[in-house]
Design a protein around this ligand. Sequence first.
Ligand code: KG4
Ligand code: ZN
Length: 360
Amino acid sequence: MKILAIETSCDDTCAAVLDNDWVLSNIISSQTDLHAKWGGVVPDIAKRAHSERIEPVIAEAILRSGILGSNKGKLKKEKIEEIILQGMKKIEVIGVTQGSGLAIALGIGVNKAKELAKKYSKKLVAVNHIEGHILSNLVKNKNGNPQRELKLPALAMTASGGHTKLIWIEKIGKYKVVGETLDDAAGEALDKASKMLGLGYPGGPVVERLAKTGKTDFIKLPQPLADKKILDYSFSGLKTSFYYKIKDWPAEQIGTNLNNLAASFQNAVFETLLRKFRLAAEKYQPRMLLVSGGVMANLDLRKRLRKMAKELDLPILMPTQKNLNTDNAAMIGVAAYHKALRGEFVEDIDKLDRDPRMEI
Ligand code: KG4
Ligand code: ZN
């Protein structure tokens, strides 16, 4: 089954072509540069960038997938329409992120998917962004690797700029949220701390780099929602406490301790993530752990997660490539593939609408 997948829920314009769950191409046009100077994602800028980029990104995904034969040349602007036309002759199913995410950004992907599905009479699958993140662990490359077996029931943790959730997976397509953040997402907390330190957006990667040489106990931060019965997260208290600790420091003191501040804050965020993940695993007794989302690109966190899984004697899956942690269309394609196998297509394409608050 050849699938075209589209993802525009935040600030990356993404398209991928898959053959079942084998990913033939995975194109990500990042808008980070456009948003960086504003210190976060600006919806209007994202909308405009998605509109300008969606067709070239889809054409690029079709071209690189090889479904039109081998083509190593650069994508030419005047060829975009023709490539999409030829590509759509080979594609059987279109999958698109319906939600959750930024409404006006989601709208661009959803409308493009609807337009293509109608124009070329294709089946359409509406995908939940969080399910995509979970299933990013099952992405296979164009040779069908890695061959991972999902051991069910499983427990997943997704942590990104928009979400932090613990999800119980009974089977693919059947999920239950067992814990989630009550305020900021983990990535959002890192982004805000980064902004306070004048380190720019997105915060995760720069905080990670500085934290490598810093002391995690340089400043003491609270343990949010320490109660062992609570599986929810909270990160806004951490951020506020961090702010008050350093607010009267001279710029020079902050400047010379950036690595220590980054390490202390990052450690506090990761401690919380790990603590609640462990509690949920002990409570629900899954057969496997899965993690996903932009924050999981962090190597220190990955190391600590592996250690935790070993202590719990559980196998753990993490996305195999950096760009499968952050937003991408390959994961949306895998989710669309499983929904298509179950026959879960959009019944009335005209009625499909973006769903910014879509629940899993
Ligand atoms: O999954 P994602 O691309 O988008 C959302 O769905 O939100 O996640 C982006 C988030 C940002 O908050 C960013 O700071 C964080 O993931 N992030 C990281 C790293 N790379 C990205 N956090 C920690 N360490 C990283 N290396
Ligand atoms: Zn995401």
